[in-house]
Structure formats: structure tokens, C-alpha cells
Design a protein around this ligand. Structure first.
Ligand code: ZN
Length: 511
């Protein structure tokens, strides 16, 4: 006799899930539409369209926000929470309810007036930052950053209780990850990376002068297209354009766009940014169709997203195996510039290590140190241990400690990144964690596919991409990052595989 009420409940739950998915579908459509407007703004829009475009995007996001934080969604979630206890916790349905509830809590816990104030402040701060960076004038930016730090603290405090005030900020980008997790990983990695740089600096430096001459931009562009296609990008579902800062954006499961930046004088820049963004695009194109138009049709986290782009850019794209196949083709396009260069010299040149001031231009061996510096400083700012006025000095001191160099001005130092002016605090660690994840995946892939290196040497990436799709892409945001990496490798996010990867690689390159 008991079966009847359960059946009814199931039916009710099914109907409520359909209701919820309908609303979430509309929200997804709005998000993609806003992405189209943003993509157009960055790729094609004439300069003066700025203001109106900003209004249009803001309107769409407001409609989408209101649709989401409605009483209707709140009620549906509350009912579904209690009615879904019999569901397999790993099913799409159970995960959809869980992730939607998490997003709903996030969007409803922060008072609207605080969100408005933050958004107004960051709009003004962005302009102030652009000017300050151009004029090397930190003082003019300081009051904006002070306000952003203050408002960000207030935002974090909405999520009390927490272990650390930075936890809710980090959680926006790395669901479930704690500040203490990041601290533990970074403190393990930092001394080893600093040592590595020190011993490299004592070795004979690599000659990469042939990468500092002019290379035909149209041939560079074509090479990027060919590589993106070779590793699995389907041009029926993507396209490539040029922008100052390369990025990937998504309009749906079958339309993911990438951009690159072609520079005549830095011939590898277009190639590495194209393969990096292709890695992001392949992830977005690989989400399971069953997750379409839901919050699960998303990456597990920013670090996971970055693990995909960096895996293709660095572990594949800077490997000897990759260039065994592609160097003859690259050389055929640039026979004049590379006439005296063999595969080995080319491989060493694209892996040259040199401490530099700018994060986005740094090599694999120094990159994480740039991130750790930012993480430590923003942590101290949020904890109130560091005043914004002392930030430039703290920055320079850290640069000296980690990389052995001091920026000659703030434009090349504390003012270089857009993130803080945009209120993106908690974002930086994801870049370094992405590197760590990529090395963990790389290790597991080699265990699962014994002939992986041989296949890369032959330009065959099919099995590699299919491994990524099966293990990572198809799941979208169903699993939190720590859960996902554990499902794949048996371990949580850890530092050692990345350290071992760097040490092995550079020991061989720098002897
Ligand atoms: Zn990226």
C-alpha cells in the first residue's frame, strides 16, 4: 500500500524538475545572448558603441537575475530538496538540484544594494585603473581599490560562518575549495619552484633570437587554424577571430568561439594563444547534451577550465613529441627564418626560462610564482593585514624574493592586471591550480594510454581528446573540482606531479 504515495511523489518531483529546467533554460538563453553581445563588443563593435552595449548587457543580466532569484525558483528548490532524497546522488537530476541550490544561495545572500554598489565601484575603478596603468600612477587608483577591498569584505561576510573570510570569494571560482587547501598546496610548491629558477639561472642561457624576428602574420594565423583542427576543433561549431586579449566564449553547446592575437614580431604568441583557447573551447564543446540549458553545462571550476587550456598549450604544445610532428610543417611555412634551426634548438627556444615582470608573458617555470605573489597579497588585503597604500612596496618585495627581480615601475608591477579593478578577488589562485591539475591528468593519461607519446609524435590526438571528453568534459559542472580529480586520479589536487614535471623537463633542457 505504501507504493502509491511514493509514485505520486515521484510524479510531482518530475513535474517540478521540468518546471525548474524550463526557468533555467531561459536563464541559459539569456546568458548566451549576453555572451554574443560581449563577443561582438570585443571583436567587431566600433568604439563609440561602448556605452549602449554596456546598458544592453546589464539589462539582460538583470532580467536573468530576477528570473532566478524569484519566489517560484525558491519554492521549487525547497520542494525538490525534500522530494529528491531517493535519487542517486550522482544522477544529473540530483546534481542539478544541488548546484542550482548553491547558486541560488549565492545570489540571494548578498543584499541587492551591496551588489549595486560593487558594480558601480568596479565600473569607475576600471577606468581609473586604465589611466593609472598608462600613467604609472598607483596613487590615483588607490582610493578605488580601497573601496573594492572594503565592499568585497562585506560581500564575503554575508556567507558567515566560514573558516576564513577568503573562502566564500574563492568558492565563486573553485566550488568547495578552501583557503587552507590553497595555502597548503602553495607552501609546498613555492620553495621548490624558487629553487628551480635559481638553478636554471646558473646554467647557460638558451638562444631564442630566431623567435624575435618578423614572421608573416597570415601564415601564423593559418598555422594556428591547422593545429586547432588537428587537435579536434570542429569549425562547424567554432570560429577564430582576433582581439587584443585572446578569449573563449560560449553561445551554446554547438557554438563556442575563440580569439587570438597575431604579432608579427612574436611568432609564437598567436600559436600558443590559439592552442590555449582551443583547449578551453574543446572543454565547452564536450559537455553532455543531457546537461544542455542548465547550470551543469559549465566547467567544474575555473581551475579545471585552465587545466584544459594549459594541458594543450604546455604539456602538449611545448613538448618535443608535438613538435616532432609539427616542426617540419612550421619550418615549411617559415623556411627563411628557420633555415638553420633544427627541432632540438626550436624545442629549447620555446621552453626558455627567464624571470620577467609580466605574468601573462611568463614561462612555465616562473608562472606559478606570479600567481602565489598575487594570492598572498590579496589574502593580506582581505584579512586587513596589508593596507592598499603599502601594496606597491609589498609587491616589489615579493617579486624580489620569488623571482629575483624588481619592477622598475608600477605599470610593470602592481598595476599590470585588470582583475582587482574588476573586483575579481579569489580568482588568481585558479590559474596555478589549473597548472597542477593539468600535470595530474597528464600522469594518469600516460598510465591509461601507453602509446600516448608515440601518437602525439604522429599528430594523432583522437585518443587523447576522447580521454578528456570521457573523464572530464562530459560531466560539465556535475562534480566539484576536488571530487572530479579524485574520481579520475584517486587523489585530490596536489603539487608534486607538477613539480616533478617541471624538474624533469628543465633538468633535461638546461642540463
Ligand atoms: Zn585560459
Amino acid at each position: 500500500m505504501e507504493e502509491v504515495p511514493i509514485q505520486i511523489e515521484r510524479k510531482l518531483m518530475k513535474e517540478k524538475l521540468i518546471e525548474l529546467r524550463k526557468i533555467l533554460g531561459k536563464i541559459a538563453d539569456l546568458r548566451y545572448a549576453a555572451n554574443v553581445l560581449d563577443w561582438d563588443q570585443q571583436v567587431y563593435m566600433p568604439d563609440d558603441g561602448d556605452e549602449e552595449r554596456g546598458e544592453q548587457i546589464a539589462t539582460i543580466l538583470e532580467i536573468s537575475h530576477n528570473l532566478f532569484v524569484s519566489d517560484e525558483v525558491g519554492k521549487l528548490l525547497m520542494d525538490l530538496q525534500s522530494e529528491s532524497i531517493d535519487l542517486d546522488p550522482n544522477s544529473d537530476e540530483a546534481r542539478l538540484i544541488k548546484v542550482t541550490q548553491r547558486d541560488f544561495d549565492k545570489e540571494t545572500k548578498i543584499p541587492v544594494n551591496l551588489l549595486v554598489e560593487l558594480s558601480q565601484t568596479t565600473t569607475m575603478a576600471h577606468n581609473a585603473w586604465v589611466k593609472a596603468k598608462t600613467n604609472n600612477d598607483f596613487n590615483s587608483f588607490q582610493p578605488y581599490l580601497e573601496k573594492i577591498i572594503e565592499l568585497t569584505k562585506q560581500k564575503a561576510e554575508c556567507f558567515k560562518p566560514y573558516e576564513h573570510i577568503y573562502d566564500p570569494l574563492l568558492d565563486d571560482y573553485e566550488p568547495g575549495m578552501l583557503t587552507s587547501d590553497v595555502k597548503t598546496i602553495f607552501s609546498e610548491i613555492r620553495p621548490q619552484q624558487v629553487d628551480l629558477i635559481k638553478s636554471i639561472s646558473k646554467s647557460k642561457q638558451i638562444d631564442d633570437s630566431f623567435l624575435k624576428i618578423k614572421y608573416d602574420p597570415s601564415k601564423q594565423w593559418q598555422f594556428g587554424i591547422d593545429v586547432a583542427q588537428a587537435i579536434g576543433l570542429d569549425w562547424k561549431r567554432s570560429r577564430l577571430d582576433t582581439t587584443e586579449h585572446p578569449f573563449t566564449t560560449t553561445f551554446g553547446q554547438k557554438d563556442v568561439r575563440i580569439t587570438t592575437n597575431v604579432s608579427e614580431a612574436i611568432p609564437t604568441s598567436a600559436f600558443f594563444s590559439t592552442i590555449h583557447e582551443t583547449g578551453h573551447a574543446l572543454y565547452e564543446l564536450g559537455f553532455s547534451p543531457s546537461l544542455r540549458r542548465t547550470p551543469l553545462s559549465n566547467a567544474a571550476s575555473l581551475a579545471f577550465h585552465e587545466s584544459q587550456s594549459r594541458l594543450w598549450e604546455n604539456l602538449v604544445g611545448r613538448s618535443r613529441q608535438f613538435w616532432t610532428y609539427f616542426f617540419p610543417k612550421f619550418k615549411a611555412s617559415f623556411s627563411e627564418q628557420l633555415s638553420n634551426i633544427d627541432l632540438e634548438s626550436f624545442y629549447r627556444a620555446i621552453n626558455k626560462v627567464e624571470p620577467s615582470f609580466i605574468r601573462t608573458e611568463s614561462d612555465e617555470a616562473t608562472y606559478n610564482l606570479h600567481i602565489m605573489l598575487r594570492f598572498e597579497l590579496e589574502l593580506e588585503l582581505i584579512e586587513g593585514k596589508l593596507k592598499v597604500e603599502h601594496l606597491p612596496d609589498a609587491w616589489n618585495e615579493c617579486m624580489k624574493d620569488y623571482l629575483g627581480i624588481i619592477p622598475p615601475n608600477d605599470t610593470l608591477g602592481v598595476l599590470q592586471d585588470v582583475h582587482w579593478s574588476a573586483g575579481l578577488i579569489g580568482y588568481f589562485p585558479t590559474y596555478a591550480i589549473g597548472n597542477l591539475i593539468s600535470a595530474q591528468l597528464w600522469g594518469k593519461m600516460h598510465l591509461d594510454m601507453a602509446d600516448l607519446d608515440d601518437k602525439i609524435c604522429k599528430g594523432d590526438f583522437e585518443e587523447l581528446l576522447s580521454w578528456l571528453r570521457t573523464n572530464i568534459h562530459q560531466h560539465g559542472a556535475k562534480f566539484e573540482p576536488q571530487e572530479l580529480i579524485q574520481n579520475i586520479t584517486g587523489n585530490k589536487i596536489e603539487a608534486q606531479p607538477y613539480i616533478r614535471y617541471l624538474q624533469t623537463k628543465y633538468k633535461e633542457i638546461y642540463q
